[in-house]
Unconditional design. Structure first.
Length: 273
């Protein structure tokens, strides 16, 4: 897949996620000369990428025309300072793609024209290795062609899901946005349990990491459901069954995860309001 947009792309914010997007776009063949970056202090590795591909920068960069897509990858708390000067840079065909957590479509729209086309997206941490999942939604001004451009850009860092109801981005944040941390915590706990059982710390860590990453890759590649894969490795009366009775014998793990996702959803709503 080669990315073609038919005009300039302005990336505002060159942090971890902005850098992941930029790397993905360039790998997918987006011409470097069509990309412009605005960030006074990009991450060192992103600055190196910008320099390597001779990408134009500045505040604002010297755009030849209004950007076809303006990607907002700045921290939510910086939006009120960063967005006002961007309004004059937009044109009638510009679609604004925001990956800032907690910034609702309505709050973003206040900084642009009333007819501005805006897409809000929630990527997650594995985007940094091109294995993320992003969920996006848009306001009514976004055309099918603009939505397709945004999907193409987001696909450079992984899978993309599109939803119609913006309110669903709160549980999305709780499941996929925060979800990698839950998996990392599982790996930590499995490591510590291995140590308590008598394993050397380094060996326990290697086993836990390989097991979690390998199981995740198996889940990704298999057509079977997670529950079926679990059943496939659970022999009646065996060691796995004994462990699962502890983990979820009375649906304790189900309940714990439901409460965790509910807490993250509640916090996401609070941050968005």
């Amino acid at each position: 897949m080669t990315i073609t947009l038919g005009g300039p792309l302005l990336l505002v914010g060159a942090g971890k996620m902005g850098g992941a997007l930029l790397a993905g776009w360039l790998e997918q063949g987006l011409p470097a000369e069509s990309v412009f970056v605005q960030d006074p202090e990009p991450l060192q590795e992103v600055a190196a990428l910008i320099g390597k591909h001779v990408i134009a920068t500045g505040t604002p960069p010297d755009l030849p025309e209004a950007p076809v897509v303006m990607v907002l990858a700045v921290k939510p708390q910086a939006m009120d300072e960063v967005l006002p000067p961007l309004k004059p840079l937009t044109g009638p065909d510009t679609v604004i793609l925001s990956i800032a957590a907690g910034q609702q479509l309505s709050s973003l729209a206040k900084h642009f024209d009333s007819e501005a086309a805006i897409v809000r997206a929630m990527p997650n941490a594995p985007a940094s290795i091109g294995r993320g999942v992003t969920v996006a939604c848009s306001n009514a001004a976004v055309t099918p062609a603009q939505a397709e451009r945004c999907i193409t850009l987001l696909s450079a860092i992984g899978e993309v899901e599109w939803i119609e109801d913006e309110a669903l981005l709160d549980p999305v944040t709780a499941v996929s946005g925060s979800g990698p941390a839950y998996v990392f915590l599982l790996c930590e706990c499995l490591t510590n349990a291995g140590i308590e059982a008598g394993l050397d710390g380094d060996l326990a860590a290697r086993l836990a990491r390989a097991t979690v990453s390998g199981a995740g890759d198996l889940l990704r590649r298999s057509d079977l459901s997670a529950s079926q894969l679990r059943e496939n490795v659970t022999s009646p009366g065996g060691t796995t069954e004994a462990a699962l009775k502890i983990l979820n014998g009375e649906k304790e793990l189900d309940d714990l995860m439901e409460r965790a996702v509910a807490a993250a959803t509640k916090r996401s709503k609070e941050l968005s309001s």
